[in-house]
Design a protein around this ligand. Structure first.
Ligand code: ZN
Length: 462
């Protein structure tokens, strides 16, 4: 699979086309009718730019990443000082790294951080010394079952140093005196995160969260970052019912920090999704919120069910990404995680093979479309009241009934209208009607709009 930066078409402004369908106004939040946008290539381009940066849970790699993201969305960057108590945790010392290598006695660099930042155990303390092969081996990490790949390893909360390398190269190491250098700093500083809010008609919010702490790894989680950035970009041009809050935080400690410092904001969250692992070819996998049947869970499952594609739904479990924090019992927020192949379930996970070849623009584009479709359900999921509830209204008189039978499209539109009329007694939402009828949400919404235009339906609360 060969791909180069040069093959990326130059279509920087193509996303502008996406929200055009919104000109019908806020009554119909139909942002699913985007044309082919080339947005997949733009997301891939952003990932390509971010890929070489050595990120961690703190430090300049995160700052540089947020700076590049700011070229797309005007996010706010926050710095939280080392030592700040955040629930049961403390913001750690800040880690930065300039260089690292292992040289043999001939002065040859056998491991070079500048070639791949996964070579360094992330959060390694500084070291400069000469070591024997056996001492060096105590600090080496490899993947014997995948001998050509470099593993990704971290040591955030216990001070250590180390290098990661391919097992094939490890097997070739010979007795020698090695020079080891890790030119890093681990000092008081701060934890950096990014936040971006899109204001809708109401202050009720939908949370989209992505972790930004992984170095040169693509599916986990530059794909989630790219999806969230382009989702934010698209939403910021739309007429919306909900407000949206995008968090770009280092995994675990970042969401804990945000929740600790913003506890009062949490009550605004009506729905939320953690965006991760969205650029590979795998089918969609949805991990439910801890609540299990929150509206977000139902909306995602409804969209996946009607997609005609294979998909998987898993129950909540207290491991994974930042949904662990959002769904901790003290918050229990309705936050799920919509992925393609989940963490740990693809062989390239947390290795150098999770690179720009594993992800593709078309899969990113499909993931963004899925997110937009889910949000479209949430945005449009209202209750309606049938204005003619005693027996069916005469649709034919209003031009809503196909006089001659057999036209498939007209027939399915009629069936959608009959479902909407029958279930619109004020207690069912359009999502309820879609679930019960097995008809796509967008078709149910179209039927509701049509009936409303003809005075047969009124939106509750209007
Ligand atoms: Zn990860």
């Amino acid at each position: 699979m060969e791909r180069t930066r040069n093959s990326m078409p130059d279509n920087k402004n193509s996303l502008d086309k996406l929200p055009n369908a919104m000109t019908t106004g806020p009554a119909s939040r139909d942002f699913m009718k985007g044309e082919e946008t080339g947005t997949g290539n733009e997301m891939y381009g952003l990932m390509t730019e971010l890929y070489p940066i050595c990120r961690s849970i703190t430090g300049n790699g995160v700052r540089e990443t947020l700076r590049i993201m700011k070229e797309h969305i005007p996010l706010e960057v926050h710095e939280v000082p080392t030592g700040t108590k955040v629930f049961d945790w403390f913001v750690p010392k800040e880690w930065n790294i300039r260089d690292a290598f292992v040289k043999n006695s001939e002065g040859e660099k056998i491991i070079d951080f500048r070639k791949n930042n996964l070579h360094v155990l992330n959060y390694s303390i500084p070291v400069r010394k000469k070591v024997s092969l056996s001492e060096l081996k105590e600090h080496l990490f490899t993947l014997p079952e995948r001998p050509d790949w470099i593993p990704y390893r971290t040591s955030y909360y216990s001070e250590n140093w180390g290098f990661c390398m391919s097992h094939a190269q490890y097997l070739q190491l010979r007795e020698d005196e090695y020079e080891v250098l890790i030119d890093s700093t681990l000092e008081p500083g701060s934890l950096t995160y990014g936040e971006y809010r899109v204001q809708g008609e109401t202050d009720k919010e939908i949370l989209i969260s992505a972790h930004i702490c992984h170095p040169s790894l693509c599916n986990d989680n530059l794909s989630g970052v790219a999806i969230a950035v382009f989702l934010a970009k698209a939403l910021s041009r739309m007429s919306l019912k909900y407000s949206y809050r995008f968090l770009f935080v280092p995994g675990t400690i970042g969401s804990i920090t945000w929740l600790s410092l913003n506890e009062r904001e949490v009550s605004k969250f009506e729905h939320g999704l953690v965006a991760a692992c969205l650029g590979d070819f795998g089918r969609f996998t949805y991990k439910k919120s801890r609540r299990g049947s929150a509206e977000i869970d139902r909306a995602v499952i409804n969209v996946l069910k009607n997609s005609g594609e294979a998909y998987e739904v898993t129950d909540f479990m207290p491991f994974g990404y930042d949904e662990r924090q959002y769904c901790s019992p003290g918050f229990n927020l309705p936050v799920g995680c919509l992925m393609r192949t989940p963490h740990g379930r693809y062989p390239e996970y947390h290795t150098s093979a999770d690179n720009l070849d594993l992800v593709r623009p078309e899969y990113l584009e499909g993931s963004l479309a899925k997110y937009l479709e889910v949000l479209s359900v949430l945005e449009n999921n209202s209750r309606y009241l049938n204005q003619n509830p005693k027996c069916e209204p005469q649709l034919g008189r209003r031009g809503l009934y196909q006089a001659t039978g057999g036209q498939k499209e007209g027939k399915s539109r009629e069936i959608a209208m009959l479902w909407v009329l029958n279930l619109s007694d004020g207690s069912n939402t359009l999502l309820d009607i879609s679930d019960r009828s097995g008809i796509r949400f967008s078709a149910i919404k179209e039927a509701a709009d049509l009936l409303k235009q003809h005075g047969l339906l009124r939106e509750c609360g209007e």
